[in-house]
Write a protein that binds this ligand. Sequence first.
Ligand code: ATP
Ligand code: MG
Length: 578
Amino acid sequence: MDRWPSVAPPMSNEAPKNDFIRQLIQEDRKGGKRGGRVQTRFPPEPNGFLHIGHAKSICLNFGIAKDFGGRCFLRFDDTNPATEEELFIRSIEQDVRWLGFDWGADLRFASDYFDAIYEHAEALIEAGKAFVCDLSSDEMRELRGVPGQPGKESPHRSRSVAESLELFRKMRAGEFPDGSRTLRAKIDMASPNFNLRDPVLYRIKRQPHPKTGTKWVIYPMYDYAHALSDAIEGTTHSICTLEFEDHRPLYDWCLEVLPIDKWTQRSSDERPNQYEFARMEVTYLLTSKRKLKDLVETKTVADWDDPRMPTIAGLRRRGVPAAALRDFCDRIGVAKAAQQVEFELLDHCIREELDKTAPRAMVVTKPLKVTIETLPAGEITALYAPNHPSNAEMGSRKVALSRELYIEATDFMLDPPKKFFRLGPGREVRLRFGPIIKCERVVTNAAGEVVELVCSHDAASMPGAGGEPRKVKGVIHWVSAEKNAVCEVRNYDRLFAAPEPSDVPEGEDYKKNLNPGSLETLPTAFAELSLAGSAPGSTYQFERLGYYVVDRDSQAERLVVNRTVGLRDSWAKEQSKE
Ligand code: ATP
Ligand code: MG
């Protein structure tokens, strides 16, 4: 596979975090800026579920507040009521909490500041720094100009302060139709930075808002509302992704010209500064809210929390521990240049966490019946199995051995090659935690398919039998056919087959990159009885198969499990080669 050039993540995450943003904060503090105060915010727009890229931003903003003894606000950027929903607000809160962060009392909505944002707009007009413009969006685009050439000023730019103020108040009062007028900043139509070519600050939109209902028919634009919200709240370091780099001059302009210091009663040194870092992208995963929404709406996936989705809710349902996700975000660091991380590193972090925390269990996913004719019918022998190979504190459990049991169909071959150390006619294998068995006869059906193996067992090889310990090459997992939990296994794989799912020629659908084998359902699996009734969210390592999590679709009489990751760690292997 191609290796992406940009990041060389460390094997261990134990070094103290020292990214360029933390370094800048340290410098600020050394210089005594803002009395050393550190306040950040995570500002999601509630127009979808959070994805793995947002996890990076959450870990960074909340992590910095924690490291410097500061605060981090969860602030919903709810300036566009057309796309925002209560469902998304709830899901975002749940996801941030699940990731292990707590905003305490510091929950805000940009809409909490709508009155202040409006008053500042009037102040801007009064200062001659904003005007009401009657151009349509097409006309505005026309006059905005092209790169390398200045734009043209709006004919309404020279309106008197009194006229703009009157029109703006009428906009607010609902006297004009949607889209007929805007409030624009008066900056510089010749600026090489298009964000400064008299950007729109307010637009008319008759749309009920989840928080403010029908109080407003005008809504502030993101850049303006964001700078103001940061300043009002007392943000010190406003951390965002690189696409906002060109917006920073507008952010600073707003803070410079608005009477914000008077409002906050803080000195101008207290104003926030914006810092940009590179968006996190992970190979094979989509980090575009718009496309994730499309996958849900077209029913390409079951829902926002489909275990194949790169949403935080999807990763959680897939069985990814929050600690693994935090570890992943920490390890990749904070870059100023575009960052594409290999998904194998994410899987590695998941395995490393689950290896420590997930109890072991046996599950047969594609069952083949085995009868041990040397064991009496109806007799159950309890074998003891440790729950973890190296952590005795995780205890042990009883595993039922009975005359009839199931093994994986793939652990038997009618005509095995020499190197196949599992079962074949006349061959021996050890049952994990149990005795050695030998395949005496193979039962086939009318179609010639193998339907059952008749085996004998070596009583002396039974654990605790006191016999001479005997070694055979193969050890296989198994489940009693008499005492077990019926189980549906959902083997998930990556949703996209291409490392850059969005990378398709103009006019083609990114969905052509979907992986047709992203879900394999095995409806007739058997789990050892100790798993019966496991709570949704419980994680296990199924011996020889992978890490699994109990799904919320599970019922008392029918366990449903999702594969989180397989056992083979290709990332660790690659690293050890280098
Ligand atoms: P959009 O604004 O187009 O709906 P968005 O992904 O920017 O999508 P927001 O809700 O605005 O979504 O994002 C909230 C915060 O998360 C922002 O500060 C944003 O910069 C950050 N963020 C979003 N995507 C990533 C990413 N891939 N990597 C790191 N941070 C991200
Ligand atoms: Mg955004």
